[in-house]
Design a protein around this ligand. Structure first.
Ligand code: UDX
Length: 433
């Protein structure tokens, strides 16, 4: 099938790579000319495990190419995926201008029947809006169908998530579009949920909101654990064996970050408001998440008392492991707050330092965890990269001014840290010294 993907961010690139790998003839389009030139040479704009190899292979096999000419992509695709950004506005409503502009461009350039599928996370009723825009801007008398096909991939596991999804959600209005979408997804073994467009749009928002709420729930429990001397890891384990609950997304920490959960939760609150529903549960999810970062900073301040000229080493900057994405990463807030108190920050992240350099000021970036630990009054773990689980802790201890670790991701066992001679403070577990 001929497939076009407009927008080459995380979702667009993953979609283009996977559909070409499945044997389709794919064009990826983006208005950023430099990005397109690089992509055609196999240079990736993001770090995503497996993406480069997949794109290189399909470029070579000529099943995939990239263009900065949206018109070319619109003419090419039997199915056109809209994967452009839906960033938050100042008031957290979803900025729809990129989706709307692409819809208009599609209408102006479409010369045969097309299925136009939106993959980006968008407010319910976007399908209607896209349909209206296309209808009122059509240049040629051709038919089209709008489809909602939300994407559930996670950064860091984008390729495997797309190739092996838990489910495929397709919101459709016509049999013709349904058949084409089914044919496209035929090689992927996953349950397909065929529904109306609005339900598909809501499935995406509801899923992200539910997962974010699950994280905030365990973070709330972690606070009670700290106050009572219980262990949040054990509580999560005990809860997780209940199949109705499940252990995944019950990891307490410094709160969720990234470009999906924080903005989607806020956007969903706004969407509900628009339809006259006060989504108090989701407001609490958001508040707990914000407080979790603040509470972590307060814990550090209480321990170190005066932060002025204290050396603080940071391990991990990205919002989660296996990505270089710094968007809405808790590290940004935490570092900023510590700097305001006069702390000197040294930081290391295996992948995110290039991106972090353009966001964080006054931070000394290090080549490895040991340099970040050198002369540190405290070491903070902010992202659970596997590299940090395998560090030489004796070496870390010998390099630090004081053996004090604040672990925002609970990657170590407190008792082992005690044996190693650390004063170890983690989330929802007893401090050890
Ligand atoms: C998320 C959704 O999982 C995905 O389905 C959707 O398409 C986009 O948003 P992503 O943002 O890539 O994906 O990352 P995810 O792995 O879900 O983690 C999001 C945030 O939650 C990270 O900051 C992570 O550290 C945090 N998190 C996750 C926790 O704090 N605890 C957990 O148990 C799980």
């Amino acid at each position: 099938m001929n497939i076009s993907v407009i927008g080459t961010g995380y979702v667009g690139l993953g979609t283009a790579a996977v559909f070409s790998e499945l044997g389709n003839n794919v064009i990826g389009a983006d208005i950023d000319e430099t990005k397109i030139k690089n992509l055609n040479k196999g240079i990736m704009p993001i770090f995503e495990p497996g993406l480069k190899e997949l794109i290189e292979r399909n470029l070579k096999e000529k099943r995939l190419r990239f263009t900065h000419d949206n018109k070319e992509a619109i003419m090419h695709g039997d199915i056109i995926f809209i994967c452009v950004g839906t960033p938050p506005k100042e008031n957290w409503e979803t900025e729809m201008k990129h989706v709307e502009a692409v819809a208009k461009e599609i209408a102006e350039n479409m010369d045969s029947y097309k299925v136009i599928a939106h993959k980006s996370t968008v407010p319910v009723e976007t399908g209607e809006k896209v349909k209206d825009i296309i209808k009122s801007n059509l240049k040629n008398d051709v038919e089209f169908d709008v489809v909602s096909n939300p994407e559930f991939l996670r950064e860091g596991t984008a390729i495997s998530d797309t190739l092996n999804p838990d489910r495929i959600v397709i919101g459709i209005e016509s049999e013709r579009a349904a058949e084409m979408m089914k044919k496209l997804y035929n090689p992927i073994k996953a349950p397909i949920i065929m529904t109306d467009i609005k339900s598909a749009e809501l499935i995406k928002h509801a899923s992200n909101a539910f997962l974010a709420t699950k994280i905030s729930f365990i973070n709330a429990i972690s606070q009670i654990c700290e106050k009572t001397g219980a262990d949040v890891e054990k509580v999560a384990e005990g809860m997780g064996y209940d199949q109705r609950i499940g252990r995944r997304f019950l990891n307490a920490g410094i709160g969720y970050g990234g470009f999906c959960f924080p903005k989607d939760v806020q956007a969903f609150i706004k969407i509900a408001e628009k339809y006259g529903y006060d989504f108090q549960l989701l407001k609490a999810t958001n508040n707990i998440n914000e407080n979790q970062k603040k509470y972590f900073v307060e814990t550090i301040k209480n321990r170190l008392r005066d932060l002025k000229n204290k050396n603080i080493g940071i391990l991990g900057l990205a919002f989660k492991p296996d990505t270089d994405d710094m968007r809405l990463a808790p590290s940004i807030y935490i570092i900023d707050e510590l700097q305001k108190e006069g702390a000197k920050i040294k930081a290391y992240d295996p992948e995110a330092m290039e991106k972090a350099k353009s966001i964080l000021n006054g931070v000394e970036f290090c080549n490895n965890p040991y340099d970040a630990a050198k002369d540190a009054d405290a070491l903070l773990i902010l992202t659970e990269w596997n590299e940090f689980r395998e560090m030489d802790l004796a070496k870390i201890k010998s390099l630090m001014k004081k053996p004090l670790i604040f672990d925002g991701r609970n990657i170590y066992n407190p008792e082992s840290m005690k044996k190693e001679g650390f004063n170890y403070i983690s989330i929802g577990r007893k401090d050890v010294a």
